[in-house]
Design a binder for this molecule. Structure first.
Ligand SMILES: [Fe+2]
Length: 343
């Protein structure tokens, strides 16, 4: 009997996966760092609508970008999908994307949520509002990010590390709004008001507010929406004790609450380019936008969300600073955190 060596077998398997095997509509090789269970249904629907089979290669954000870079023009990647503006910009700067033209994407996605050169597109939004202890804080006293540095909040703020992209993006937007000097003063003011050294993720900060370790936190909206939708008594108790302020809605700092995108682009060397464009257009469509919102508690980039938790949190004005610009201040924001001691 003829036998294949394991390595030959692997090579043939890989070849059949990446060239589409017997599927007439072909395949799409998707490099994804979105690790949300609910994305499963998002991809399945695309497969059944188009007949195109999705091969998913999943890894954490930065290793995935490194892998694509290392593969160079041999990369099987058709689409890279990732969270946070910083990662999209990094992939763009490394030349991992190719620009595409799509009237549908231009029509569906607001200009500030996609790259000017057509290399990447934002498909869902997350905001970064302020959370507060309902029992101890009057929300009227914290109308904007700028108000968090008031001396009366000394020892009351919990926030994650300054090296995390969610905070770096927020800092980038504050540099764009107020200039580097005032932005640095703000970061120092925040550090002066910390209840503890930064540790943990966004949900940990919100839990710490509920537990009385601090009175104020920053965190992405989908984490709080998850707590609101959770069935456990512990999570319900947290959501009951904590309120949300969407900052910067009016007045001198009324530029809108900071938002970030989860986005994707067509890979520079995409072997299945047409399928890749089809997939991006699918992500901007109504059904996919609903998956992002209902499934992962993100805001759609097109249309309104019907997600009950997001509706409960309320409508808000978002900062419309172009995502490109948020990305441009990234390095400066990182250095600023270092200087301010926001570890
Ligand atoms: Fe997250």
């Amino acid at each position: 009997m003829y036998r294949l060596s394991p390595s030959t077998y692997t090579a043939i398997l890989a070849l059949s996966i990446f060239t589409g095997g017997a599927h007439a509509a072909g395949v799409l090789n998707l490099y994804s760092s979105r690790h949300y269970q609910t994305d499963e249904a998002l991809y399945k629907t695309f497969e059944s609508q188009t007949g195109i089979k999705i091969n998913r290669i999943e890894a954490a954000e930065d290793p995935l970008i490194e892998r694509m870079k290392g593969e160079g023009d041999k990369s099987p990647a058709d689409v890279l999908i990732t969270v946070d503006m910083g990662r999209l910009l990094k992939a763009q700067q490394l030349g991992l994307f190719q620009p595409i033209q799509s009237e549908l994407l231009k029509a569906r996605i607001p200009r500030e949520l996609r790259a000017a050169d057509g290399t990447w597109f934002g498909f869902s939004l997350r905001a970064r509002p302020i959370y507060y202890a309902k029992a101890r804080i009057d929300p009227k006293t914290i109308p904007d990010y700028e108000s968090l540095v008031q001396p009366s909040l000394k020892g009351k703020i919990c926030v994650r590390s300054g090296s995390h992209p969610y905070n770096i993006s927020l800092m980038s937007s504050i540099i764009a709004a107020n200039g580097p000097d005032r932005a640095e003063q703000w970061a120092r003011g925040m550090v002066a008001n910390f209840a503890r050294a930064p540790k943990g993720g966004d949900t940990d900060q919100i839990r710490a507010v509920a537990a009385g370790e601090c009175d104020i936190a920053l965190g992405n909206t989908y984490y709080f929406a998850r707590l609101l939708r959770s069935g456990t008594p512990e999570d319900k108790a947290v959501a009951d004790r904590v309120g949300v302020v969407f900052p910067n809605q009016s007045g001198a700092h009324g530029r809108g609450t900071h938002v970030n995108v989860s986005g994707a682009g067509v890979a520079r060397h995409a072997p299945n380019r047409a399928n890749a464009i089809k997939f991006l257009e699918y992500l901007a469509g109504e059904s996919a936008q609903r998956f992002f919102s209902d499934g992962n508690n993100e805001y759609p980039v097109a249309g309104k969300s019907g997600n009950p938790a997001l509706r409960q949190m309320g409508d808000f004005k978002r900062d419309t600073l172009p995502m490109d610009m948020v990305g441009k201040n990234y390095a400066a924001a990182s250095q600023l955190f270092d200087r301010a001691g926001w570890k």
